[in-house]
Design a protein around this ligand. Structure first.
Ligand SMILES: NC(=O)c1ccc[n+]([C@@H]2O[C@H](COP(=O)([O-])OP(=O)(O)OC[C@H]3O[C@@H](n4cnc5c(N)ncnc54)[C@H](OP(=O)(O)O)[C@@H]3O)[C@@H](O)[C@H]2O)c1
Length: 294
């Protein structure tokens, strides 16, 4: 029985760490999507693609999710993302904004749609994780496109989860669990881009310079381990058959249970984005907690 992973942004940063973590598990087949390739492994299948090219993706999308033999688990992680131009509205290049919205919003939605078309009737555990950001929850000057894109991805995740919940009674349809996860501030190329921005277009630059200076960034491998903690524990979270939809209600015991698991084992910064604010239950749980994600 094989576990199938589809991970976008597989060549660097968090995505590469997720690919490597998936390959450490037994019986995995890992499909990575990005423009460049940096992983070689007998169970790794690279799909070289520029995901900001929506026309090309439309042509190829039918081929992205192959027929899978005896799947035990199918996971899609929409991780590829860009910060775009760090500039105030009025100074942003139109091309960069179009690329950002394509890569951060349109592509994840297209991939999820295709995944459900391909595997909706496959009776196995199916999980979608959309990589979000704390920046989808509050405004950051200079990051208008990025903040907007992550807020959109959070809402898409919630709608998709709600729909899966409603479809669970449909005979022959097997729902997918949905999560939007914010990984914290992670030491990747994206953070280098942030630190290289001009303070005139981004007033909180100093915060990011200090995080790096004080060695307070999480490592990509550490973040990947947290993702896999969630992936490997979703069945144990009782009463949450379809992922985040049920976590949205503050009374859901499973939501508490999941957060308890997370912050017992991984007390550093990490957040599961739902529509309910989750900052307060966590604030006293972890003295080692790092600053919220960007
Ligand atoms: N780092 C952080 O602190 C942080 C915090 C919160 C959220 N996040 C989120 O985490 C995710 C990963 O971020 P990261 O820091 O790991 O970024 P990163 O180091 O910049 O890596 C980005 C990945 O996306 C791929 N990618 C970029 N443009 C692409 C395109 N047009 N087509 C296909 N693939 C493309 C890159 O591969 P190629 O260049 O080879 O195509 C690379 O593998 C993003 O969604 C980001 O918003 C990061």
């Amino acid at each position: 029985m094989q576990h199938y992973y589809f991970i976008t942004g597989a060549s660097r940063g968090i995505g590469k760490a997720l690919v490597e973590r998936a390959l450490q598990e037994e019986n995995t087949q890992v499909y990575g999507l990005s423009r460049s390739q940096s992983v070689e492994h007998s169970r790794y299948h690279h799909i070289a693609i520029d995901l900001s090219d929506i026309g090309y993706l439309q042509e190829k999308i039918d081929t992205l999710f192959p027929e899978v033999a005896h799947p035990r688990r199918i996971v899609l992680i929409n991780n590829a993302g860009t910060l775009g131009d760090v500039s105030y509205v009025g100074d942003i290049s139109p091309d960069s904004m179009a690329t950002l919205i394509n890569l951060n919003v349109t592509v994840p939605i297209m991939l999820v749609n295709q995944l459900l078309r391909a595997y909706g009737q496959v009776d196995t555990e199916k999980i979608v994780i959309n990589v979000s950001s704390g920046a989808g929850k509050y405004p950051v000057d200079g990051w208008s496109g990025y903040c907007t894109s992550k807020a959109a991805l959070d809402m898409f995740t919630q709608v998709a989860a709600l729909e899966q919940d409603r479809r669970k009674e449909t005979s022959g349809y097997y729902p997918t669990k949905f999560y939007a996860l914010a990984p914290g501030v992670v030491d990747t190329d994206m953070q280098s881009v942030i630190r290289g921005a001009s303070v005139r277009q981004f007033s909180t630059l100093d915060k990011f310079l200090k995080l790096k200076e004080h060695n307070e960034l999480a490592g990509p491998a550490e973040v990947a381990a947290k993702f896999f903690y969630l992936i490997n524990h979703t069945p144990a979270i009782s009463g949450c058959a379809t992922g985040c939809a049920e976590f949205l209600t503050s009374t859901c015991p499973s939501r508490k249970q999941l957060l308890h698991h997370f912050y017992t084992f991984y007390p550093a910064s990490f957040s599961i984005i739902f529509s309910m604010p989750i900052a307060s239950p966590l604030s006293s749980a972890s003295p080692r907690r790092r600053p919220m994600a960007e």
